[in-house]
Design a protein around this ligand. Structure first.
Ligand code: ADP
Length: 393
């Protein structure tokens, strides 16, 4: 029994075929450069790599190639459902949803909130429904987990009409990952999730922290868009809202140019002038590059402030969880972040921290200090589980 997980972007589709029960992965891959020359579906079938050229590179061609591969592997008959990662569910979705024409319309209606992502998600869902006509399809939303945030956490102090008429509020993202790692942390600690207050830090190219109380999100650092909050690879995170107007006038930029710069030329990349990739920054800082050092310091400083603000939302913190490419691998970022969180009685165990790399989870805090853990996120598995749960399997 396999579930096909699809994450459809404007020019790419991430695919994974996995078993929701035990997490086994039959294949994973990426269709990329869709819509342009050189479109291809790259698959990893249990360690064996295959590259399939895609004609004009439409979603339909990518899915046809995938079906051919499923047939060749004799897996097609055992695929029971398709789970789609959908970025924005607005206030319409607080849980995954079986995709019906009405649900598809509601996802389309959230497009203004995620103009780069939701239209691609919708196009991918439509193509998948055509390619896999017999299979139930489920949408799993990045925002849904955060719909439990109280109004004090999700409202901005802006004119009320902006919320009523334009849905301006904080939504939060990375919900699938925050929910998954909170569950995993509870399992690792052998404590009921319902009794735990955890701060989860998802640190990848995008970064966010979340306050999880008894398995429910009560606050998170991303807001209306994924630009709010922490410093990220190329995203600024929080800036003064007055910055847009100021820099547009000073530098003669349009609103679109300012928005693009804050999303794509800021964060670690913008501050360092070196790279958005944390590994490269750690290497450059090691060689004495001042910009790289500064970028790392600002990243950690803002992360620590973000964790502390989630602690304020929770009142009591039982554990801090690091995940994502940076959270699962960067020993220095974790150590420096814990060093800045004396206010929460945080303290690192250096040997345990050094061991928790390359997919090895574990507790990294010193005895008697705030529990700090490294947990490997697995959004595909969580989407597969949510898909199965939605279908009542
Ligand atoms: P995405 O958000 O795109 O899924 P990832 O979760 O893979 O991204 O995280 C990417 C980030 O993780 C990059 O900044 C990368 O440098 C960082 N990273 C990956 N491996 C390591 C490592 N061994 N040490 C430090 N940082 C790492």
């Amino acid at each position: 029994m396999w579930t096909l997980i699809l994450n459809c972007g404007s020019s790419s589709v991430k695919v994974a075929l996995l078993s929701p029960g035990d997490g086994r992965v039959a294949l994973s891959g990426l269709a990329e450069r869709l819509g342009s020359e050189g479109a291809a579906l790259r698959l990893d079938v249990q360690g064996e790599r295959r590259v399939l050229a895609l004609g004009t590179g439409s979603y339909a061609e990518a899915f046809a190639a995938l079906l051919g591969e499923l047939d060749a592997l004799g897996l097609r008959a055992d695929v029971r459902a398709v789970g789609h990662r959908v970025v924005h569910g607005g206030e319409a979705f607080s849980a995954p949803a079986l995709i019906t024409p009405e649900v598809l319309d509601a996802i389309r209606a959230c497009s203004a909130l995620a103009p780069l992502h939701n239209p691609a998600n919708v196009a991918g869902i439509e193509a998948a429904r055509a390619a896999f006509p017999g299979l139930p399809q489920v949408a799993v939303f990045d925002t849904a987990f955060h719909q439990t945030m109280p109004e004090v956490a999700y409202r901005y102090a802006v004119p009320d009409a902006w919320y009523r008429q334009h849905a301006v509020r904080r939504y939060g993202f990375h919900g699938t990952s925050h929910a998954y790692v909170a569950q995993e942390a509870a399992a690792m600690l052998e404590r009921p999730l319902a009794e735990l207050n955890v701060v989860t830090a998802h640190l990848g190219n995008g970064c966010s922290v979340c306050a999880v109380q008894g398995g429910r999100s009560v606050d998170t650092s991303m807001g209306l868009t994924p630009l709010e909050g922490l410093v990220m690879g190329t995203r600024s995170g929080d800036v003064d809202p007055g910055l847009h107007d100021f820099i547009a006038r000073q530098a003669g930029l349009s609103l679109d140019q300012v928005t693009a710069a804050l999303n794509r030329e800021s964060g670690l990349a913008g501050l360092s002038g070196v790279s958005n990739d944390l590994r490269e920054l750690e290497a450059a800082a090691g060689r004495g590059h001042a910009g790289a050092r500064l970028a790392l310091d600002v990243f950690v400083y803002r992360l620590a402030k973000g964790v502390a603000s989630m602690a304020a939302a929770l009142g009591r913190v039982d554990a801090l969880v690091f995940t994502g490419g940076i959270g699962e691998n960067s020993v220095p970022v974790r150590a420096a972040t814990l060093a800045r969180l004396g206010v929460l009685n945080a303290g690192v165990d250096d040997a345990a921290n050094a061991r928790a790399v390359r997919g090895t989870p574990g507790v990294i805090s010193a005895p008697g200090r705030l529990l700090a853990l490294v947990v490997n996120t697995n959004e595909e598995l969580m989407i597969a589980r949510e898909t199965a749960r939605t279908l009542g399997a």
